[in-house]
Design a protein. Structure first.
Length: 194
């Protein structure tokens, strides 16, 4: 075979080999690019999902905090309202002991209180407004004396003579004792549709 033909054959083989290597390299490069794009797309998707999860968590946290703050504000407003209601009620108590409906129940309440001290003698401490009504009631119950005590509040306090028993029957004490039930009633009255 002449040298020209040999060189042409070698050149064709080299070109075919180079074309094949180039095609394989292109195929491998395309595979690498596709894998890179797929990995990049997966990273983007993961990053987007992570950002959405963080955003959702932040929104949930903000909503929970806003709900908690709103509830706290409502509770504080209710507390302030109840403070005003009970302060207004306390201001009315001294005048309430002069009302006929209060005075009509006074003898029964003194009798109940005196049963608590039994046969012991006792002293009914009271404000000036109740001195005369309690003097009349005590006259019918042996062992009871009446003593003025402006610090007692709206009602009376019965102390046994030996100092072991104290029965407080004041409107202030009732207000403290029934605070929770009265608070519910007050809040229901405020919340009731008009």
């Amino acid at each position: 075979m002449p040298i020209d033909q040999l060189l042409a054959a070698l050149e064709r083989e080299a070109r075919a080999s180079a074309d094949q290597i180039t095609a394989e390299a292109r195929h491998e490069a395309d595979a690498i690019v596709a894998a890179g794009q797929a990995e990049l797309a997966e990273r983007r998707r993961s990053a987007r999902q992570a950002a959405e999860v963080r955003a959702r968590a932040a929104a949930d946290l903000t909503l929970a905090q806003a709900t908690r703050d709103g509830r706290r504000d409502v509770l504080l407003a209710r507390e302030r309202l109840l403070d005003r209601v009970f302060a207004a009620a306390e201001r009315l108590l001294p005048g309430a002991i002069e009302r006929q409906d209060y005075l009509a129940t006074l003898a029964a309440r003194v009798a109940d209180a005196s049963r608590c001290i039994g046969e012991n003698a006792g002293t009914l401490g009271c404000p000036p407004a109740l001195e005369q009504p309690l003097q009349r009631i005590a006259a019918g119950l042996p062992g009871l004396a009446v003593a003025l005590d402006a610090g007692v509040g709206a009602g009376f306090v019965l102390n046994s003579s030996d100092g072991t028993i104290t029965v407080e029957d004041t409107l202030e004490a009732r207000l403290r004792r029934d605070h929770a039930a009265l608070a519910r009633v007050a809040l229901q009255a405020v919340a009731a549709p008009r």
